[in-house]
Design a binder for this molecule. Structure first.
Ligand code: M6R
Length: 592
């Protein structure tokens, strides 16, 4: 959903901006640009395409500016072209703005600005911001920004520089993420923490409604009324190594292979520290899980475990749907929000709306200091480290670990359950050691255009997640379905051209799944089976089969999802697609 960077100090700003933008490219990669104050004048470069196109266009230009801002775009308003790429400038070329999010009243502002004779160049909502700041400027950039904020509606983050105050950057957070990085004689700005890690590990994540005045020798933070705030600097424990590819071809593959470690870190975190929640899940009338995408699939699994061990009613809702529903929620309800980034607009805003109605808000997030983390009454962290691949993998299994630990935390057999969970990282490692088998299966099916993923009970959310992975990175149509529902419609789709991926561990629905596979075979469908190693029955039915170590029913999703992540990865890689930055997607979706 667009990435923003900023630098002011004594070193060449361009180097910092480009490095930061490369790390933010997962947030959007339609076009990219930078604005620098070079010899008192604004120098703007922008290019359609990825950051490398921008780098090529800057090649050989000896830019010495020590302050600037940069942007990588995921288009919302206006097609992908150089005119709509950021930074946007005012008519005189004195101000430049980069922006993430949406200005909802941009039409009204545009009409008003054009009536005053301002010549609009782009089709973006962003351009209004820069013209308003230029109009409001009376010698103090901070004051001009604060006055401009009164006119903006929507959810956004933006940063502005001006030739009139060359070493100063003013930036605002209101609904889209923004983090300040603290250096010595230099300061930084970025949409997320990993983009700052090459330069500093001392950060201040801004809250909604905050404005930062960034100068080489200081950082000053204000509220929208212009009152100065005192903020604490947070030291980030992640290091730069964990945000690098580490010899893997793609971040996604590295992140898939990191799962034994990330799961171990997450599980051990909860064994050593407990959950530390000052309430019992049983105290609540109802538990409502809200999330999007992969996090929603984790929530579906959390529902099964919480219902089993807590015996409390649980509902799982898409965050984007629940926000505008009339669902009766209030005091006595627990909202459990799940989000890797902690910045997903749908998840944040729906959770906040439910909190306002009186519900308690507990969240599961990966990014410490993210908006959802701060806005929640309580937070449980996944200790998966930065996830760069747009397709979520290691954070999904880490979410499962937290949800399982939460579900069993009040069960009598809690310690026995957690001991079983502790075996999972090693079992995941065993599954990963068979990645070549999965690669072979993936290559045999890489030219199919449609897939059906079937599972029942705990394997149903796994089917949904497996299908989502394939869709996201290979652009192949894949439908996840509860296997028992297949006969009520999707069975009509089955023929020899539509393979079925069946997730069939030996659990309470095993026999039923075998019958569903027979139904597929009877219609000349091909079956790729994921089940327990040594299950000759299942293997005999499936054209292709991959085994995972036998594990108790509850824990099967941790293992069966791994071959499906690999399957999607190997197909996308075989097709030569951009695995880490699939088309049309962004890692963090900060628009509704
Ligand atoms: O950061 P979040 O967990 O809130 O993100 C939610 C979804 O946008 C995310 O899971 C998305 O579906 C991923 N691309 C899945 O791989």
């Amino acid at each position: 959903m667009c990435g923003i960077v900023g630098y002011t100090g004594s070193n060449p700003a361009l180097i910092v901006l480009l490095e930061g933008l490369e790390r933010l490219e997962y947030r959007g990669y339609d076009s990219a640009g930078v604005a620098l104050i070079e010899n008192g004048k604004l120098h703007v470069d922008k290019k359609v395409g990825k950051i490398r196109e921008l780098v090529k266009s800057l090649w050989g230009k000896d830019l010495k500016a020590t302050a600037g801002i940069g942007h990588t775009r995921w288009a919302t308003h206006g097609e992908v072209c150089e005119l709509n790429a950021h930074p946007h400038t005012d008519g005189e070329g004195n101000f430049a703005v980069v922006h993430n999010g949406i200005i909802e009243n941009y039409r009204e502002l545009r009409e008003e600005l054009e009536r005053t004779g301002i010549d609009y160049r782009s089709k973006t909502d962003t351009e209004a911001i820069v013209h308003l700041i230029a109009l409001n400027y009376r010698g103090d950039l901070l004051e001009a920004v604060i006055n401009t904020l009164k006119r903006l509606r929507g959810a956004y983050a933006f940063a502005v520089i001006t030739t009139k105050e060359p070493n100063r950057i003013i930036a605002v957070r209101y609904g889209s993420p923004l983090v300040v990085g603290i250096g010595k004689g230099e300061n930084f700005l970025a949409s997320d923490i990993p983009a700052l890690l090459p330069f500093t590990r001392d950060v201040i994540p801004l809250k909604d409604g905050e404005v930062v005045d960034l100068r080489p020798d200081g950082v000053f933070i204000y509220d929208f009324g212009g009152n100065m705030l005192t903020k604490e600097v947070m030291h980030v424990p992640w290091d730069i190594i964990s945000a690098e590819k580490g010899g893997f071809k793609h971040f996604m593959l590295k992140e898939i292979f990191e799962q034994p470690r990330t799961l171990g870190d997450t599980i051990r975190g909860y064994i050593s520290r407990d959950l530390n929640l000052p309430f019992s899940l049983k105290d609540f009338r109802r538990i409502l899980i809200v999330a999007c995408g992969t996090s929603y699939h984790a929530g579906l699994l959390g529902k099964y475990w919480i219902e089993k061990y807590v015996r409390a009613p649980v509902e799982v809702a898409y965050a984007s749907e629940v926000r505008y529903s009339d669902m009766p929620v209030g005091e006595g309800d627990l909202v459990l929000a799940i989000s890797q980034s902690g910045e997903t607009a749908d998840t944040r805003f729906s959770s906040l709306a439910l909190k306002e109605k009186g519900a308690t808000l507990l969240s599961v997030v990966n990014v410490m200091g993210s908006a959802l983390d701060r806005e929640s009454d309580y937070t449980l962290y996944t200790h998966a480290g930065p996830e760069i691949g747009v397709a979520a993998t290691k954070t999904f299994t880490a979410q499962l670990a937290v949800l399982y630990a939460l579900a069993v935390s009040e069960a009598e057999e809690k310690y026995a359950r957690m001991e079983e969970l502790l075996k999972v990282p090693h079992l995941v490692e065993e599954v990963l050691s068979r990645s070549e088998v999965m690669r072979g299966i993936a290559l045999r099916h890489a030219n199919n255009r449609d897939f059906l993923y079937l599972g029942r009970y705990l394997s149903y959310p796994v089917a949904l997640e497996g299908a989502l992975k394939l869709k996201e990175i290979s652009y192949i149509h894949a439908e996840g379905y509860p296997a028992g529902e297949m006969k009520h419609g999707p069975i009509a789709l089955i023929d020899e051209k539509m393979p079925t991926v069946a997730i069939v561990p030996k659990d309470r629905v095993y026999e039923k799944m075998l019958s569903n596979i027979e139904e597929v075979l009877a219609r000349r469908g091909k079956v790729i089976g994921v089940g327990f190693e040594g299950d000759e029955n299942l293997k005999g039915l499936c054209g292709d089969f991959i085994g995972v170590p036998e594990v108790e029913e509850d824990l099967t999703p941790f293992l069966t999802i791994i071959p499906l992540q690999l399957f999607a990865y190997y197909i996308a890689d075989y097709l030569g697609l951009d695995v880490d930055q699939p088309r049309n997607l962004a890692k963090t979706v900060t628009v509704e």
